[in-house]
Design a protein around this ligand. Structure first.
Ligand code: C2E
Ligand code: CA
Ligand code: CA
Ligand code: CA
Length: 278
């Protein structure tokens, strides 16, 4: 039994080592990818429910390996967040997103806006507002066409700092949206104190529509209360016509989801805008 115990221990430590080694390798690769500019934003269309037009997009990070393999953010954003690489990475994605969308604007779609994700660590970074300001300057991007998405956990960490940051972003003309709304701990009543622009209903609630009564109740409540707080409401993860019809009936403002389109590389996104203009 003693022998067996030792073997198990060895197995355990070598598995740990393997994980640590993989992590370090991945961290090194992530650094290189960052230097080479291999991490780029793709764009998922956001559709206005009033007239069905593509009003803007959400920028979603993709790691494009030299051999063309595309890696999802779920596989590298958490590591970037842990290591702090998310700060230079986030700035690069924001800058790329502004450059690309500026090009869409110049190509005949002057009202196209873009929404960019900020992780909690990014939202807490020392000079977030200054960083955003400099990116806008470098890219010549109109701040009124930029939205930042933060999660409820970012909101509730340090209320005073959150309030100050949100106020300064608002003064610059930017909109801030609460992402994955309904999955965190903040209440709608509490939200009214923050200068926010929009709420995004988390896809887990949309998934249950039209069959799950509690998802229907939650979605309906979020939309009606957001309206009374004068916040724009976006439904994400819309995959079926039934889901689309349901939120249309509730007068949600915009939606995004596979039903309309997956996230697209910039060239394909511009092509989609052009096709729909014809
Ligand atoms: P998120 O911000 O909640 O983004 C929505 C995710 O849902 C995206 O996954 C999108 O591709 C996916 N999605 C959109 N429509 C549908 C649908 O109809 N059905 C389903 N099943 N999924 C849909 P993605 O691109 O893999 O991103 C995952 C997460 O990674 C994002 O979740 C966000 O939290 C994070 N992320 C992505 N890009 C960035 C970034 O540039 N910076 C930061 N900090 N985080 C990012
Ligand atoms: Ca998001
Ligand atoms: Ca989301
Ligand atoms: Ca999410």
């Amino acid at each position: 039994a003693k022998e067996k115990g030792r073997n198990t221990f060895q197995l355990y430590t070598s598995a740990l080592n393997e994980r640590a080694v993989r992590r370090m390798t991945m961290e090194g690769e992530l650094r290189k990818a960052l230097e080479r500019g291999d991490i780029q934003p793709w764009f998922q269309p956001r559709v206005g429910l009033r007239n069905g037009s593509v009003v803007g997009s959400e920028a979603l990070a993709r790691w494009i390996k030299p051999d063309g393999t595309v890696i999802s953010p779920g596989e590298f954003i958490p590591l970037a967040e842990e290591t702090g690489l998310i700060l230079p990475l986030g700035e690069q994605i924001l800058e790329q997103a502004c450059r690309r969308v500026r090009a869409f604007q110049d190509a005949g779609f002057p009202e196209q806006y873009v929404s960019v994700n900020l992780s909690p660590r990014q939202f807490r970074q020392k000079d977030l507002v200054g960083m955003v300001e400099r990116v806008l300057q470098r890219t010549g991007f109109d701040s009124r066409l930029l939205e930042l998405e933060i999660t409820e956990s970012s909101l509730v960490q340090d209320i005073d700092q959150t309030m100050a940051t949100l106020r300064r972003l608002r003064e610059m003309g930017l909109a801030v949206a609460i992402d994955d709304f309904g999955t965190g701990y903040s209440s709608l009543a509490y939200l009214k104190h923050f200068p926010l622009g929009a709420l995004k209903i988390d896809q887990s609630f949309i998934r249950g529509i039209p069959t799950d009564p509690s998802d229907i109740a939650i979605t309906t409540t979020i939309i009606s209360m957001a309206q009374s707080l004068n916040l724009k409401v976006i439904a994400e993860g819309v995959e079926t016509l039934q889901q689309l019809n349901f939120i249309l009936g509730l007068r949600c403002d915009e939606y995004q989801g596979y039903y309309f389109s997956k996230p697209l590389p910039p060239e394909a996104y511009l092509e989609l805008l052009r096709q729909r203009k014809l």
